[in-house]
Design a protein around this ligand. Sequence first.
Ligand code: 3PG
Length: 212
Amino acid sequence: MDTPGDMSALAALAPVVPVLTIERQADAVPLAQALVRGGLRVLEITLRTGVALEALRAIASEVPDAFVGAGTVLNARQLDQARQAGARFAVSPGCTPGLATAAAASGLPFLPGVQTVSEAMMLAERGFSLLKFFPADAAGGLGWLKAVAPPLAGLRFCPTGGIGPDNAPAYLSLANVACVGGSWVAPQDAVAVQDWTRIERLAAAAASLKRP
Ligand code: 3PG
């Protein structure tokens, strides 16, 4: 059991967490259904569009096999809005003391973003042991994760940002990587033409990636 909130149990459900930026409300449910059919059940909806909360609410109520959460959560207010919309977890690109406090108090599983060892230490001190490493590829990628494994032995990461089918296996082969996040399983051009078959296929390939 991870603390605060059981983020580790969610990360164990699939090797890849799709990062979804939904522009049209009508896409939300069929997109989530395609990903779940492909085997990816933990879905992150970024709070970057006008329909994000409504999309999250629809998936939470109409796709029972999905564990839907909110991404790009920047403050306590958004965390609360996400929880009220039915989010089962929340993800942030970085973190502030205020957001960490609000997340711990909410009881909602929370995946806070870090880019440095000091940020990771600050969150570990507050009881978070699974962290989003963002933006993974731009901030040091595999080399960073390998280098921090010995000193940050108690921590695991969900690297996100710049990850795709070519480099996901290398990330997932690291012992301190619990899962990876990325948008590649739901390309915007496929969503635009509602090509759910292609997205299901991409999800199935991602779901079959192995972890140690
Ligand atoms: C994001 O916040 O947009 C995610 O990190 C996704 O990044 P990606 O598009 O590089 O997968």
